[in-house]
Design a protein around this ligand. Sequence first.
Ligand SMILES: [Zn+2]
Length: 112
Amino acid sequence: MSLVHALFDQADRAIGAHPASAVKRLTVRIGELAGVDCELFRTAFEGCREERGYGAATLETTLERAAWSCRACGAAVAPEGPLRCAACDGEARLAAGGELMLDRLELEVADV
Ligand SMILES: [Zn+2]
């Protein structure tokens, strides 16, 4: 639930002066290691969108695969194995797939 509200907070900032009711579609990227259940997230979105003013918005989710890179040298690290850098034995850090992000907003802007 709180994730959905955080998403709408992000969207509020992103649309600036536009009314939330003009938002037609929200595209959200969900990392496979973000610990977010897509279906639960979708249900929470449906439950909150009216109260947040996004009554016209639909939700689109895309899954982002996890990717690791070396904390020391930045080289990509294979997700299998010990999660250490093959080049310098540095520690791996999660470079992608660890969070939920608002990717895109589509607005319907009325003609003046
Ligand atoms: Zn390295």
